[in-house]
Design a protein around this ligand. Structure first.
Ligand code: AMP
Ligand code: MG
Length: 956
């Protein structure tokens, strides 16, 4: 029988359900709504008030839907659990839940499934009586004396007598043991499920008047609802034995074994099929929750855990209760909705699945039993971040209500039915749990005239990545987070707790604001991310351009060697003169500021002179790979609307069909061009270069970069790796990659010497080693994959002139850095990161004195650059949480050539600083607490192939 929740009654169902959970029954008598409250349950004023407010609706509901209400009851009556025939010899099957735990125990042990209660008893304690009382208790509840045996791989239950039960009496702890350690040891001592009683009691005598009692139950025989039963009945028996008081316990009509048999029978055939179909529809293809972790996830799930506690203040709690009531929901539903938002913010996943335990003790006859009844239900929701919190709460409420009506399907059956792929590193179907508890776990206990108090124990296990338990206390909400210590650091969990608290506060005040506007970060935290981590403002010559700075080098060290290529050399003076010739040619063809001039030449002095010539003419240079097919060359030349093309006579056949002015750089003399400087003014905001990225077969896009961005990048790096006129740089990166831009132009601002590698030389480690040795090169760039080949091939001593190695372009592996440091003991290694769209690199880190074990960070933002890491809703991702990198600051490019739509999409107004443009990189990363950034991957399917950016979507 299914209980249909309709919109008509949804406003009070939450209330009714909460009432039911609290042990309150609502019914009609003489046309009036009446309450029946279970003994011991205290009604809060708040809850009563809510009931009164909704009195009329409850009455209507009970009147109109009473038929259905009764139907549920009859369906249970029909499925009444009866005792099985004790004389039969049939083996008693395990309940589904027991079976799963039994398998887990065999596979990896089950210490994480111990349930313990630790109490200090002050005053007289009769240990003999206590032992007898425990025996009576164990005798009463078969589950506590049931063991699990194996019949050809199939488990069955065997019920023992309680006769042999014996508590452990420890009269004195050994010298070096303190009580806390002893409790830890005792609670984590494994059970032998085939032979042990499922309850273990240890009494430690501290002195005549003080004992510590450690009760440990195995979850296979109990659950959170069982513990209070154990405590209260133990008390009853003890008093009975001591004072000869009568035992006032109701008889137990059935035992756990009856329940197991009933469950196997009832939950079979069509009933099971229908119920499983429900869960299958709800949970099919539920994605794994990818919580960001501090450590690499172990291949096999670790269950070592710890606990973090915090509180939600009374004001917020009151507001949350109000929202709950207006929505006709329960506080659990409200907190769960908030938890889902938290998880969304942490994972960027909108399809969120969370587990929650459910008592699963609907039938009267099992209410008083000790046993493993608790079931887990899985609550899945799709978050729409444009909706407000109230809408999400309504959605979560419906999910909960319909899940409650299917709660009796054992979780393990659902897992089997969905054929969830087994992954030993995570729990199946859901990875985090949220529990709402109405009361503290263990009630008061009273043993004769002795006083008993609960002893807080350290928490050492965790079954899920994260487990939130919320409890409503007098006016606040107390929450604790149990977490896996192999995944998270304590500081991370503390931050998560703070974020949950902030989120709840924000919800309390803005339940009708869209989810994406809810604030999770504290103001201080925001300031840290926006300001402290981005404190990059540095003076640099803003009014200069690369050419005005170069002019100074020429004036100061005209005769110094600027370029070396094979056997050839050029001084600064010569370079100046030769590039003037190119500039004169270009200017004579009418090229103006911000025009593009393509250059297609192999690595050579001419190539260099060509590039500098273009810059001097006030144009932006556009490098074209000499290996490109003619169609691609034509595409670029048309895209940039080129008037003039610079190439060399060896490449001339590529341009046979192109009707443009062509200058062969190797035949400059023949042109009889002037070496005088051209009279062109160049301003910093002007374009300096455009580089085409992505797709060898798709349409590439040209990225426009300015002089100011470039100059900032060069000056920043000059300081970062201390480049002086004494430095020797190697230019080996093909000029279609923007790394080549700093390699090429760094001499212009520093006066250093640049050694230009021969064409193809960049691929040959031995050639590189010889070149480094011959010219005493001090700085080289490598993409990580190439560096790996390099250190494997070369002799480090021959490269002793190397002071710095720069890596960039792709993720730098931890091992590679280790290998490098081991071989090149006198060379610093740096990791730089940046897209072509932001003048080469925007973050950097020197790894010389930093060892990283998990990932090598890409470092901190460079000078005059802002890095923001944001979620899809443009909210700042806190430390540790992944998001997309946005780049702001001086280096951000002007956009793409002729791609207005794409430019608008990728270059947006900064959400954090007025007037700032930011570039959306599509790179996913997260902040580390020291202000460095860890790179994670791509948002899209762009890949890097030997440093070359390829957008897979563009391949046709
Ligand atoms: P490009 O425009 O060719 O410089 O490519 C830029 C892209 O390369 C970035 O958006 C990243 O995806 C990747 N990338 C660059 N540097 C690094 C790095 N140090 N670590 C990881 N990925 C990087
Ligand atoms: Mg780059």
């Amino acid at each position: 029988m299914t209980y249909n929740i309709t919109d008509k009654n949804s406003d009070i169902l939450g209330l009714l359900l909460e009432a039911k959970e609290q042990g309150i029954t609502l019914f009609l008598e003489d046309g009036r709504v009446r309450l029946k409250v279970k003994e011991g349950v205290e009604l809060s004023d708040d809850f009563l008030k809510q009931l009164k407010e909704k009195k009329e609706r409850i009455q209507q509901f009970l009147e109109s839907e009473v038929g259905q209400y009764q139907d549920i009851r009859t369906s249970y009556i029909k499925n009444e659990i009866k005792p099985y025939d004790r004389n039969s010899n049939a083996k008693i099957p395990l309940s589904y839940a027991q079976e799963r735990l039994w398998f887990i125990d065999k596979l990896q042990g089950s210490i994480a499934y111990h349930i313990s209660g630790v109490m200090r008893i002050k005053g007289k304690l009769d240990i003999q009586l206590l032992n007898e009382a425990l025996k009576l208790l164990i005798n009463r509840h078969e589950a506590l004396r049931t063991v699990f045996r194996d019949d050809d791989g199939i488990g069955y239950q065997h019920v023992m007598k309680s006769d042999d039960f014996q508590l452990t009496h420890v009269t004195k702890l050994s010298e070096n043991t303190n009580i806390a350690d002893f409790i830890d040891k005792t609670t984590s001592q494994a059970f032998d499920l085939a032979n042990d009683y499922m309850l273990r009691a240890t009494i430690v005598q501290e002195n005549e008047e003080s004992h510590v009692m450690i009760l440990v139950l195995h979850h296979i025989a109990s659950d959170g609802w069982s513990l209070p039963i154990v405590i209260s009945e133990l008390e009853t028996y003890y008093q009975h034995l001591r004072d000869k008081t009568p035992v006032n316990l109701p008889p137990l009509p059935i035992q756990y074994t009856d329940y197991s048999i009933w469950q196997r029978n009832y939950l079979s055939g069509t009933i099971l099929e229908e119920k499983l179909a429900y869960w299958k529809e709800k949970l099919q293809n539920a994605p794994v929750l990818n919580l960001p972790t501090d450590y690499v996830r172990p291949a096999v799930k670790s269950t070592e855990g710890a606990l973090h506690r915090f509180k939600i203040d009374a004001t917020t709690t009151a507001k949350l209760n109000k929202i709950t009531n207006t929505n006709g929901a329960t506080l659990f539903m409200t907190l769960l909705s908030a938890y889902k938002i938290l998880l969304y913010r942490y994972t960027q996943q909108t399809d969120i699945t969370v587990g929650t335990p459910i008592a699963n003790r609907e039938q009267e006859e099992i209410a008083g039993l000790v046993g493993f009844f608790i079931n887990t239900i899985v609550l899945r929701n799709q978050l729409n971040t444009n909706e407000d919190f109230n809408s999400l709460l309504q959605q979560v409420k419906q999910t909960c209500l319909s899940a409650y009506t299917h709660q009796d399907v054992p979780f393990e059956r659902i897992v089997d039915h969905l054929a969830v792929e087994r992954d030993q590193s995570r729990s199946p179907l859901f990875q985090t749990m949220f529990i709402f508890q109405n009361t503290e776990e263990i009630g008061e206990m009273n043993l004769g005239e002795s006083s008993v108090e609960t002893v807080a124990t350290t928490h050492t296990t965790a079954q899920f990545d994260l487990l939130f338990t919320a409890m409503e206390t007098a006016s606040e909400i107390a929450i604790h987070i149990e977490y896996v210590t192999a995944l998270f650091k304590e500081e991370t969990i503390a931050r998560i707790a703070k974020h949950f608290e902030n989120l709840l506060k924000s919800i309390a005040d803005h339940a009708d604001d869209s989810i994406s506007n809810l604030a999770m970060l504290h103001t201080d935290e925001k300031a840290q991310l926006l300001n402290d981590f981005n404190a990059t403002t540095v003076e640099y010559p803003q009014h200069e351009t690369i050419l005005s700075v170069f002019a100074k080098q020429v004036a100061e060290r005209g005769n110094a060697t600027a370029l070396v290529f094979e056997e050839e050399k050029l001084s600064y003076q010569q370079l100046d003169a030769r590039s003037n010739q190119v500039a004169n040619y270009i200017v004579s063809k009418g090229v103006k500021a911000n025009d593009f001039v393509p250059i297609c030449a192999e690595r050579s002095l001419e190539m260099y002179i060509g590039i500098l010539g273009i810059l001097k003419a006030g144009a932006a240079y556009v490098p074209i790979d000499t290996n490109n097919p003619v169609e691609r060359i034509e595409f670029i030349i048309n895209d940039i609307n080129a008037e003039v093309v610079l190439t060399s006579s060896t490449q001339s056949e590529l341009f046979n069909t192109i009707e443009k002015e062509i200058l062969h750089l190797d035949q400059l003399e023949a042109e009889q061009l002037s070496s005088e400087a051209v009279a062109v003014t160049i301003v910093p905001s002007q374009l300096a270069y455009a580089i085409y990225t992505s797709g060898t077969t798709g349409l590439p896009k040209g990225v426009k970069n300015t002089h100011s961005g470039l100059l900032n990048r060069l000056f920043w790096m000059r300081n970062d790796v201390n480049i002086t006129e004494k430095s020797v740089l190697l230019q080996k990166t093909p000029y279609v990659f923007d790394v080549s831009v700093w390699e090429l132009l760094m001499p212009l601002i520093t006066g250093c010497k640049l050694v230009i590698a021969k064409p193809e030389g960049h691929k040959d480690p031995v050639y590189l080693q010889n070149t480094i040795e011959k010219h005493q090169v001090s700085l080289v760039h490598f993409v990580p994959s190439m560096l790996a080949v390099f250190i494997e091939t070369v002799e480090a001593e021959k490269c002793s002139s190397l002071q710095n190695i720069i890596c960039s372009g792709e993720a730098l592996p931890v091992q590679l850095v280790k290998d490098f440091k081991a071989t090149f003991t006198n060379t610093s290694i740096h990791n730089y990161y940046g897209p072509t769209e932001a003048a080469i690199d925007v973050t950097a880190i020197n790894l010389t004195n930093n060892d990283y074990e998990v990932t090598i960070p890409i470092g901190k933002p460079v000078a005059n650059t802002n890095i923001y890491i944001v979620g899809d809703d443009m909210q700042l991702s806190p430390i540790g949480v992944s998001g997309e990198i946005l780049i702001g600051g001086i280096q951000v490019s002007e956009g793409y050539i002729n791609r207005e739509v794409l430019t608008k999409e990728k270059f947006i107004e900064s959400p954090f600083k007025t007037g700032e443009r930011v570039y959306k990189t599509g790179d996913i990363a997260r902040w580390l607490s020291d202000g460095n950034i860890a790179y994670i991957g791509r948002k899209d399917d762009q890949i890097k192939l030997r440093g070359y950016r390829i957008e897979l979507g563009e391949i046709t």
